[in-house]
Design a protein around this ligand. Structure first.
Ligand SMILES: [Zn+2]
Length: 130
């Protein structure tokens, strides 16, 4: 059965959700986009449970998870998923930020220790030669 665009009347292919002739969305979208956003947000929220260990990944998935979940909150079918995704994303984004700043602090203090060790050795050598 051929379908026709409600706006311009051009024939549509099966599964086509936007008319190629006039760009208007047809009456039968394959899936509601907010439902998909909610699902993506939910998945990203779950992924962030693991990715917070790697600061860059954690930040990426956390922020994307929040963005998609917020868009997905308008979804009726997947509203709960969007809410769970949003909560998970926020929690693990916070953990990522705390964790990455801890890692940075440890690295900086290690760096200073190394520098101090070098200075100590230098002083020692200096005293030794004179
Ligand atoms: Zn059309």
């Amino acid at each position: 059965m051929a379908k026709f665009c409600g706006n311009c009347g051009k024939e549509l292919k099966e599964g086509q959700s936007i008319c190629l002739n006039c760009g208007v969305q047809t009456g039968e979208p394959v899936k509601n986009r907010t439902d998909q956003f909610a699902l993506v947000g939910f998945i990203l929220g779950l992924v962030s449970i693991v990715t917070w260990l790697i600061p860059l990944f954690g930040l990426g998935t956390g922020i994307c998870g929040i963005v998609f979940s917020v868009k997905g909150l308008k979804s009726i079918v997947n509203k709960t998923k969007a809410q769970v995704g949003l909560i998970l994303s926020i929690i693990f984004l916070a953990i990522t930020v705390v964790w990455s700043s801890c890692v940075t602090c440890i690295n900086i203090s290690n760096f200073y220790d190394t520098v101090n060790d070098t200075y100590d050795r230098y002083d020692y050598d200096y005293d030794y030669y004179y």
